[in-house]
Structure formats: structure tokens, C-alpha cells
Design a protein around this ligand. Structure first.
Ligand code: FAD
Length: 419
């Protein structure tokens, strides 16, 4: 195998090792500046001010997915929240490094980020998700990049949303295919909300197009009647339909039942934990040794089962309970995980104790338009006496929404974005 220049320099010890600059000489490196990483970094600085905190992300800015679906098709709607990391770092007192983390050497306690090797005392990894095009028999990185550019569903990176909005604006008719990833995937109601808004937009703008939804899951009940009845002229819905192949040249996906052609698409392949979790050897294996696709970490402390200095939070995280599987992959859960991990590191660093904290999630989903209606999905957790984790999901229909989604987003953003 060919050795890259970086691997050579690293092996030879020629890349600079950046040590902690704080008096206590203890450093937390946080990889990934999404909902999870930003929360961990901000709370760490508040709870353990003597620790140096370095946040690393390949992007220059955080772009939130929350409330983005309506904006994709409605010029009057509020656009996605965007914050430069440099500004956030100055606001909360952590250091930001814009770099690609190419690898983590856990035995040496070092993160390789761009040209820097950063040592750490604790490592918080929150790199989000990757899309598994290999499940659709597509392996060539150049072809995948081109497919994502022309037909990507913008589920991985909020910075891709403006390009998707432009693609939708230039859609003048024909078959618009939208695939939904098999569960678990990030923000379970988001694809259905998006589909409903696209159908509404096709109808109200009189665009001669059809939205073809290919869904391997059972349809979310809150959307059944609106997608299948109210927008029946705009929507063709294939349920329990699993895509097993895509032909980018012919613009066709193959399911067990049929081949489906598209003129334009929002392709959302199966999701997995981001590359870095695989590189760092932190994926959980199923019984029998097959990789589960998601990380192995504690259900409540989010500590890696392979390395006690490492925490994994946010959408990369895997199985937490035989009763319900994984936590829902929402920004709200990722944010609470960031706080929980910051508290644990602060306890280790300062001796200060905190009450136990379990995740929670609140989701205001637009489940009808004109008249607007929302469905509130509240997910909470409790631990039984024997430690077994239980999940409760409550859905409440709100036929007269009054901006509850915006109030929720503001409260969340005040925690890790706003001054
Ligand atoms: C359309 C849509 C709507 C949604 N709406 C809501 C909502 O209303 N409410 C809600 O709670 N959730 C919502 N979500 C879900 C929410 O966005 C995710 O759950 C959340 O982003 C997960 O946070 P995270 O920190 O795990 O990952 P991310 O937010 O994806 O952050 C990961 C970060 O890691 C960085 N990164 C990854 N690998 C590397 C590397 N090797 N080197 C450097 N940087 C790296 C990435 O650049 C990225 O910034 C929505 C999602 C979608 C797609």
C-alpha cells in the first residue's frame, strides 16, 4: 500500500505535536461542530474553565437543519440558522480549528487534523452521519460526488440546503423522486414533512410534476392521509420499497418490485455513523461480527466501550437499549448528550458533581399546510430501578400552531449559539 506524505511525516514524528497551552495542561478535543459538538464545547468552557477546549470542523460555519423544510419551497419562510465557528469560538471561549480530521490515534491520544497533531486528555467525537451509497451498488467516489451534486437529498450537511433549494426552484415538471432512508436515520419526521411541503408547492404553483416517494419504512401515521389523500394528484407513494441499486446514467432506481425512472431527485441512501467512527475503530458489531453501522458507546454516559477517554455523541451514536434500540437522531438529543458529556468531564477535572441527565427530544413537525397544523413529538427517558432504560413517545396534534417551533428553536439556539 502506498504511504501518503502525511502518514510518512507522522510515522517519522515530523508533524508538529500541539500540546495544551493552559496551566493545568489538560485539553479536551471536540471533533464535529454540529448540535452535539457545539453543545459539548460551550458547556465544557462554562463548567470546567481550566480545561483547554479545541473544537475541530472541516466547515467554516454551522448551518442548522431545523425549520429548513418550509424554506426550501416557500420564499416567505425563515431560512436556516447559520453561524461562523470563529464567532462562536470567541463568544464561548474555546479554540476553533477548521480542518479535516483524517485520523485518531487512540493509543497515543492524538487527533490528526490537517497539518496538526493534537494531543488530548479527553476526546468528544460528534461527526454526524455518512450516506452508504454502497448499499445501492455505487462505490466510485467521483460518481457519488456527481450524483450528490445533481440529485442529493441534503441530509448530511446543512450547507447543502441552498443548492437543493435552487434545484427545486428550477424543477419545471416531470418525475421528482424522493427516497427515504431505512430507519434509523436522522430526524425521523423530516422526510415526510419535506414531502408534504413539496407536494403542496407542486399543487399551489401548478407545476406539472409528480413526487414519487420511495419509502422502505411504514409511513408515519401523522402524514398518511395528507400525502395519500389530499395530495393524491401530486404524490405517488411506494411503501416498504427498498432501493437496492441505482443507475445514475439512466436516472433509474431499482426496487424489489420495479425500476423507477426520475427526471429530478432528492436521493437519501441508507445512513451510518460518519467515516471517523469507522476509522477510529468505534463501530459496534452485531452478534455474529457484522458492523451495526453505528458507534458502540454507553447509553447514559456516552463513553466509548473501547476507550474511557473517548465519548461519542449525536447522530453517530448506536444502540442504547434492547427495548427501543437507538435514541432518535435529533439535534435536541445531540445537544443534551453534549451537556451530559461536558458534565462528566467537568466532574473528572474539578470534582464537582452534577445530577444525572438523560436525553430528551421535542419536535414540532408541520403536518398540514393551509391551514397549518403541527404535530408535537415529545420523547423522554427514564431508568428503571435495575438500570433498564425506558422510552416514552407522546404525539399531540396542534391544529392552531402559533410559532411553537420557532420558540423551541430559539430556546435551543440560546444554549449553544446566541450570546
Ligand atoms: C431536514 C432535516 C431537518 C431536521 N430538523 C430537526 C429539528 O427540527 N429538530 C431537531 O432536533 N433535529 C432536526 N434534525 C436533525 C439534526 O439536524 C441532527 O440530529 C443533528 O444535526 C445531529 O447533530 P450531530 O452533532 O450529531 O451531527 P452534525 O450536526 O451533522 O455535525 C457533525 C459535524 O462534524 C463535522 N465533521 C464530520 N466529520 C469530520 C471530520 N472528519 N473532520 C472535521 N469535521 C468533521 C461536520 O462537518 C459537521 O459539522 C433535522 C435533520 C434534517 C436532515
Amino acid at each position: 500500500m502506498k504511504t501518503t506524505r502525511r502518514q510518512f511525516l507522522f510515522a517519522a514524528g515530523l508533524m508538529p505535536l500541539v500540546g495544551s497551552t493552559r496551566a493545568a495542561n489538560r485539553r479536551v478535543v471536540v471533533v464535529g461542530g454540529g448540535w452535539g459538538g457545539l453543545s459539548a464545547a460551550r458547556h465544557l468552557r462554562a463548567l470546567a474553565p481550566d480545561l483547554e477546549v479545541v473544537l475541530i470542523d472541516r466547515q467554516p460555519a454551522f448551518v442548522s437543519f431545523a425549520l429548513s423544510n418550509r424554506w426550501l419551497v416557500d420564499a416567505a419562510a425563515q431560512g436556516p440558522e447559520r453561524h461562523d465557528y470563529a464567532t462562536l469560538a470567541a463568544r464561548w471561549g474555546y479554540r476553533f480549528l477548521q480542518a479535516e480530521v483524517s485520523s485518531i490515534d487512540r493509543s497515543a491520544g492524538i487527533v490528526i487534523a490537517g497539518n496538526e497533531r493534537l494531543s488530548y486528555d479527553w476526546l468528544v467525537i460528534a461527526p454526524g452521519i455518512r450516506e452508504n451509497y454502497a448499499a445501492w451498488q455505487l462505490e466510485d467516489p467521483a460518481m457519488i460526488a456527481e450524483l450528490r451534486r445533481r440529485h442529493g437529498g441534503a441530509m448530511v450537511n446543512g450547507a447543502d440546503l441552498p443548492a437543493l433549494k435552487q434545484r427545486l426552484a428550477s424543477f419545471k415538471g416531470g418525475d421528482l423522486l424522493m427516497s427515504i432512508p431505512p430507519a434509523p436515520y436522522r430526524c425521523p419526521p423530516a422526510p415526510y414533512e419535506r414531502a408534504m411541503l413539496i407536494a403542496w408547492w407542486l399543487k399551489t404553483r401548478k407545476i406539472p410534476g409528480k413526487l414519487i416517494i420511495v419509502d422502505p419504512n411504514p409511513i408515519m401515521p401523522a402524514f398518511r392521509s395528507i400525502l395519500l389523500d389530499r395530495f393524491k394528484d401530486q404524490v405517488t407513494y411506494f411503501d416498504h420499497a427498498k432501493i437496492h441499486q441505482i443507475d445514475p446514467a439512466r436516472q433509474t432506481v431499482s426496487t424489489e418490485i420495479d425500476d423507477i425512472h426520475f427526471d429530478a431527485a432528492l436521493l437519501c441512501p441508507p445512513q451510518q455513523a460518519a467515516d471517523l467512527i469507522w476509522q477510529a475503530g468505534l463501530i459496534r458489531n452485531e452478534e455474529g461480527g457484522r458492523p451495526s453501522g453505528w458507534a458502540a458507546q454507553g447509553a447514559i454516559d456516552f463513553r466509548s466501550s473501547a476507550d474511557e477517554r473517548v465519548f461519542i455523541i449525536g447522530d453517530s451514536s448506536g444502540m442504547v437499549s434492547p427495548a427501543f434500540g437507538l435514541y432518535p437522531k435529533t439535534g435536541h438529543v445531540a445537544n443534551r448528550m453534549g451537556l451530559a458529556v461536558a458534565q462528566q468531564i467537568a466532574t473528572q477535572a474539578t470534582g464537582r458533581e452534577f445530577p444525572p441527565l438523560l436525553p430528551e427530544s421535542v419536535c414540532h413537525v408541520l403536518s398540514n399546510v393551509e391551514p397549518d397544523e403541527q404535530t408535537l413529538i415529545e420523547t423522554s427517558y427514564r431508568q428503571r430501578g435495575d438500570g433498564f432504560l425506558l422510552q416514552q413517545v407522546k404525539q399531540t396534534r396542534n391544529p392552531n400552531p402559533g410559532g411553537e417551533d420557532i420558540v423551541w428553536a430559539e430556546a435551543m439556539y440560546r444554549d449553544f449559539l446566541r450570546p
